[in-house]
Design a protein around this ligand. Structure first.
Ligand SMILES: Cc1cc2nc3c(=O)[nH]c(=O)nc-3n(C[C@H](O)[C@H](O)[C@H](O)COP(=O)(O)OP(=O)(O)OC[C@H]3O[C@@H](n4cnc5c(N)ncnc54)[C@H](O)[C@@H]3O)c2cc1C
Ligand code: FES
Length: 267
């Protein structure tokens, strides 16, 4: 169920230069799960469309959602100015998210690059909670590999609560120098399945790696979006299978995704 609602900002702080951490109170929190996102509306009417931001954490008991975002342009710059108690219009919950049932009993490698790291936190948390309900041989092993630009390792401590965390940094100041794939190689990490979110070159490298290892990779495509609700075709990705509605090899990232099996999409 998606709807437009006004959320109240519970807190906002900066985690690193240009990276903000916002908790929102909104009733749609109870419907949110890992890999899904919400549309956040800027108040500035010259920037009409909602900005898609992933669920970093959802706390149904407090009707609260956590968003962690990077200031990229006008909309996100406006969000960064908001203070506790301010109202914010949001649309959600949007997108398909990760299917946790496919990850049971597997060595699951969660891979996040830059601003693709936030959705990995909710996924790690949900997998950890799922494990608590499962018998020993159904539990997933949670392996987390995250890539940063430098030593501003935002969300690292949060992720460490749920699994073993490996770090890569572009400037080599922390962890393996390079990107997440360099860390996988250096640490000789093995997995049965990958869940990933990050920039397109990282997702392409993961798709190739998964294909070589013959393991599934579920990747979240955080590409440009407009309406966010399937109406404008502003977010299509080429797919292997023909869509049975439109009869073309296309899927809409905002409604069919953002999470896809890597081998099903051309990226
Ligand atoms: C499903 C989904 C989930 C997302 N989750 C997050 C998140 O959790 N945290 C976060 O920081 N960002 C996330 N993004 C990206 C975020 O939506 C954009 O950074 C934001 O919409 C930019 O809005 P703006 O008004 O600040 O910038 P704009 O003025 O619209 O754009 C500023 C610059 O950023 C570029 N840009 C805009 N959107 C994107 C994009 N999607 N990818 C790459 N470059 C872009 C533009 O081309 C332009 O150069 C997500 C995107 C999608 C599609
Ligand atoms: S953003 Fe409009 S169809 Fe996906």
């Amino acid at each position: 169920m998606k709807k437009k609602t006004t959320a109240k900002i519970l807190s906002q702080k900066s985690l690193a230069p240009g990276i903000y951490d916002m908790w929102l109170e909104c009733d749609i929190a109870k419907d949110a799960s890992a890999g899904q996102f919400i549309g956040v509306y800027p108040n500035d009417k010259s920037t009409l469309l909602p900005r898609p931001i992933s669920i970093c954490e959802a706390d149904a008991s407090k009707s609260a959602l956590r968003l962690v975002y990077r200031v990229a342009g006008k909309g996100t710059a406006e969000f960064s100015q908001y203070k506790e108690g301010d109202g914010l219009d949001v649309l959600g919950v949007l997108g398909n998210g990760y299917d946790l049932s496919l990850l049971k009993g597997k060595r699951v490698m969660l891979m996040g690059g830059g601003i693709g790291i936030p959705p990995m936190l909710e996924l790690a948390k949900e997998l950890f909670c799922q494990n608590e309900q499962l018998s020993i041989n159904e539990k997933s092993e949670i392996i987390i590999v995250v890539g940063y630009r430098d030593d501003k390792t935002f969300l690292k401590e949060d992720l460490e609560k749920y699994g073993k965390v490996y770090i890569a940094s572009e400037d080599g100041s922390v962890g393996t120098k390079g990107n997440v794939m360099n860390a996988v190689e250096a640490e000789e990490i093995e997995a049965d399945v990958i869940c990933a979110c990050g920039p397109m070159p990282m997702l392409r490298a993961i798709k190739k790696f998964a294909s070589e290892k013959n393991i599934p990779a579920y990747i979240s495509l955080e590409e440009h979006m407009a309406c966010g609700v399937g109406a404008c075709l502003g977010c299509v990705v080429k797919t292997k299978e023909v869509d049975h509605h439109s009869h073309v090899n296309n899927a809409r990232i905002c409604t069919d995704g953002p999470v896809f099996l890597a081998e099903d999409v051309e990226i």
